[in-house]
Design a protein around this ligand. Structure first.
Ligand SMILES: *Cc1c(COP(=O)(O)O)cnc(C)c1O
Length: 498
């Protein structure tokens, strides 16, 4: 299987190259040239497979240039007991008889990014080996909070790799910041940027596409790659858990073989929900995909009206990992849903860059609306959902999951659709303790996030995620704050480019 560019501006490449390059050097994203489709029987035959076996199965369909043996090794290293202490890897928790939380935060950094970022370093290492490159790989990461730490953990001290993380200084939570800044490792750099996530992501994408800068890197023995969901290697592992969740429903008789189900995903960069879309295209019987946004509700408007308009206020919310206006992976999705029409993609993305807005044609919109619905949650609604979920089900959810559940409830109320639904639970609640505690208990006045973790723990008796338990006492290893315009110079400095 080859990988092609959404903008028809690059020859097809192997999976190894697509992963190694991260994105198309001249702009655009790599996607598989076709989507492997599975029959019902093929899917049902995996009903009793382990998560690891499912991962090998799915990865093998997309990584045709990797040996099966290599994929098996990669999977067993990534999804080992130390990284994911629960046997199911992504357990399914029932809230009520037609609502299931897909728990994606059992990994080391307490957010769903671990599922992909524990695997990506191994994939990348193999990809570099396969393409006989002797260059050191520089992973550039722009993060809205969770990718940064997950990528740092995944790539820390990996040979032949440097990782440089940029996060919006005012745009992540104290805990997220501490998680990143306390990461050791000889090959890690973490920089706080004055700007928001979109600024960071744009700067990084521009550097990827900057021919001169790439030449300079090459001259110095480096090549860029990405750990953001613009890298196909980030999306691919995420397809697996939707299969795992569906098969678990089947296994437990919570859904019948001829029945469809819905998937609801709290969305930022449109990565996680795109993985759900691929799972659907591969053969999962999905009825609706519910795209949930916070008050940065660009995607909600887009799905409703077909207009992607980023000319609006950027809002800082209690679900910071979704404070995004430019959802990179929407480009991949639009390429798929238009039947690989790169002319349209190029036109729309040119308009987005010129006018901060584009409008899709009615035919495409109709196709999208057949499968997708878009809803968003306001801050006070999210808090109420967290509170209600705790009171009614004795289950604690984080604000991102809260956005998802609020949106799901709105969809159900409006549509009357009570199809069994899997909701992606994307972060452990302790990662966002202040917002969670404020939601379930009104009179909280302490500001220190670590005191609030303890309070939340005293109140709920729910165990604190291991990745957060001793964070307060860890020393910061990084302390640099930079301006947006200096990102390039900082990279030159870090890599000592000449
Ligand atoms: C990254 C993230 C999201 C958004 O996922 P996308 O793939 O960017 O849509 C949602 N919730 C949490 C906790 C995250 O870290």
């Amino acid at each position: 299987m080859k990988y092609i560019s959404t903008r028809d501006n690059h020859p097809p490449v192997s999976a190894a190259d697509a992963i190694k390059m991260g994105m198309v050097p001249t702009g655009g994203l790599f996607i598989p040239s076709y989507i492997p489709s599975l029959t019902k029987d093929e899917i049902f035959s995996k009903k009793y497979s382990s998560y690891q076996d499912l991962a090998v199965w799915i990865l093998n369909l997309f990584l045709k240039d990797f040996k099966l043996k290599t994929i098996k090794e990669i999977v067993s290293q990534a999804y080992c007991k130390e990284n994911f202490p629960t046997k199911q890897i992504t357990p399914l928790v029932s809230l009520d008889k037609n609502t299931y939380l897909l728990i994606l935060w059992k990994g080391p950094t307490a957010a769903f990014k671990d599922l992909a970022l524990q695997l990506l370093p191994y994939l990348l290492k193999q990809a570099v080996l396969k393409t006989a490159s002797n260059k050191e790989t520089v992973i550039l990461v722009a993060t809205s909070g969770d990718t940064g730490k997950a990528a740092l953990e995944g790539f820390k001290d990996v040979e032949g790799v440097r990782i440089i993380v940029f996060f919006p200084d005012q745009g992540v939570s104290k805990i997220q910041k501490d998680q990143m800044l306390t990461t050791g490792g000889k090959n890690t750099s973490v920089l706080a940027v004055q700007g928001n996530f979109d600024d960071c992501q744009n700067a990084v994408k521009e550097l990827f596409a900057n021919q001169n800068f790439n030449k300079l890197l090459e001259k110095n023995g480096y090549q860029f790659s990405s750990a953001n969901s613009i890298n196909w290697g980030r999306l691919l592992p995420q397809i697996v858990y939707y299969f795992a969740a569906y098969l678990k429903l089947l296994r437990d008789n919570n859904i019948q073989e001829d029945e469809k189900f819905n998937i609801a995903v709290p969305t930022g960069n449109f990565g996680n929900i795109l993985a759900a879309f691929y799972a659907y295209r591969m053969g999962l019987p999905v009825n609706k995909l519910i795209c949930a946004s916070n008050e940065n509700n660009v995607l909600t408007d887009f799905i409703k009206r077909g207009i992607y308009d980023i000319e609006r206020e950027f809002k800082k919310t209690i679900s910071p990992s979704m404070d995004i206006l430019i959802s990179s992976n929407l480009e991949r999705f639009l390429f798929e849903i238009t039947g690989h029409d790169s002319t349209k993609i190029k036109r729309w993305y040119q308009q987005l860059s010129d006018k901060k807005c584009f409008t899709i044609d009615q035919e495409t919109l109709t196709k999208i609306q057949k499968l997708f619905v878009g809803y968003y949650a306001e801050e006070k609604e999210v808090k109420k959902t967290i509170k209600n979920t705790y009171q009614n089900y004795n289950y604690l959810i984080d604000p991102h999951t809260g956005v998802g559940l609020t949106s799901l409830n709105k969809y159900r109320n409006e549509s009357g659709d009570l199809t069994t639904t899997i909701l992606a639970s994307t972060a452990n609640p302790y990662k966002f303790s202040p917002a969670v505690l404020h939601s379930i208990k009104k009179d909280v006045n302490k500001k220190n996030q670590y005191v609030l973790i303890d309070r939340l723990n005293e109140l709920t008796k729910i165990k604190v995620h291991r990745g957060l338990a001793d964070l307060e006492t860890k020393k910061h290893q990084h302390n640099k704050k930079i301006n947006l315009k200096d990102i390039k110079e900082e990279i030159k400095d870090i890599l000592k480019l000449k």
